[in-house]
Design a protein around this ligand. Structure first.
Ligand SMILES: Cc1cc2nc3c(=O)[nH]c(=O)nc-3n(C[C@H](O)[C@H](O)[C@H](O)COP(=O)(O)O)c2cc1C
Length: 187
C-alpha cells in the first residue's frame, strides 16, 4: 500500500484479535510516531505498550478508578471495566511530555504528540493491522494516570488499541473536499 492510499483510506477498527503485532511491526509503528512534526525538537511524547496479562492489570486499574467514583459499582460494570483492555492484543498509551518553553506553547507540544498517534494509526493501516484511538473517562482519571506512572508535566492523550483485523472493516464515504476547504480571498 502506498502512503497516499494509507492516508486516504485509513479507518478505525474496533474488533481486533491476536496475535500481538510482531516486534518489527511494532518498531514500524514507533518509527512512524517519531517522525511526527516537532517544533524545537522537544520530542514531547512517550509511549507505553501493554499486552498479555498486563492488560488484566490495566483492567484492575480501571476498576479501582471506577470504585473511587462509585463504591457501589455493580458486578456487571465491574466485569465490563475489567474486560475493556482485552479488546485488543496490544495497547499503546500515548503520553504528551510537556516542557516549559518560551517559544513553543503547550498546545504545540500536545499537537505533536497527537500527530505521533495519528502516524501510528496510519502506519498500522498500511501494514494491514487494525487500530483504534480510544480515551473515555478512564484516560482522564487520576487513578489511571497515577497507576500508569504519569508525572505532573505529562498528559495522557489516549489508548491506541492495535491488533489483527477481525471481520470486515467499515466502508466510509469520502467527505466532499469543498465542504471543508475554501480559498481565502484577500480583500
Ligand atoms: C482523541 C480521540 C479519542 C477518541 N476516543 C474514543 C473513545 O473513547 N471511544 C470511541 O468509540 N471512539 C473514540 N474516538 C474515535 C475513534 O477513534 C474513531 O476515530 C471514530 O470512531 C471514527 O472512525 P474512523 O477513525 O474510522 O473515521 C476517539 C478519537 C480521538 C481522536
Amino acid at each position: 500500500m502506498d502512503a497516499l492510499q494509507a492516508l486516504q483510506q485509513r479507518v478505525s477498527v474496533a474488533r481486533l484479535a491476536g496475535p500481538v503485532p510482531d516486534q518489527e511491526s511494532q518498531d514500524n509503528l514507533f518509527k512512524a510516531a517519531l517522525r511526527a512534526p516537532d517544533h524545537g525538537m522537544l520530542r514531547p511524547w512517550r509511549f507505553l505498550t501493554i499486552s498479555g496479562d498486563d492488560r488484566l492489570a490495566l483492567g484492575e486499574l480501571f476498576v479501582s478508578a471506577q470504585q473511587a467514583d462509585n463504591p457501589d459499582m455493580t458486578e456487571v460494570r465491574h466485569q465490563r471495566m475489567l474486560a475493556k483492555p482485552l479488546r485488543a492484543p496490544l495497547i499503546i498509551v500515548v503520553i504528551a511530555v510537556l516542557t516549559e518553553h518560551a517559544k513553543i506553547p503547550e498546545l504545540e507540544q500536545l499537537l505533536s504528540a497527537g500527530a505521533a498517534a495519528q502516524n501510528m494509526l496510519v502506519a498500522a493501516h498500511a501494514m494491514g493491522l487494525g487500530a483504534m484511538w480510544r480515551t473515555g473517562g478512564m484516560a482522564y482519571h487520576p487513578t489511571v494516570q497515577l497507576g500508569l506512572g504519569l508525572k505532573e508535566h505529562e498528559r495522557l492523550l489516549g489508548f491506541l488499541y492495535v491488533g489483527q483485523i477481525e471481520g470486515k472493516t467499515r466502508e466510509l464515504p469520502n467527505l466532499p473536499i469543498e465542504a471543508f476547504v475554501s480559498p481565502w480571498i484577500a480583500s
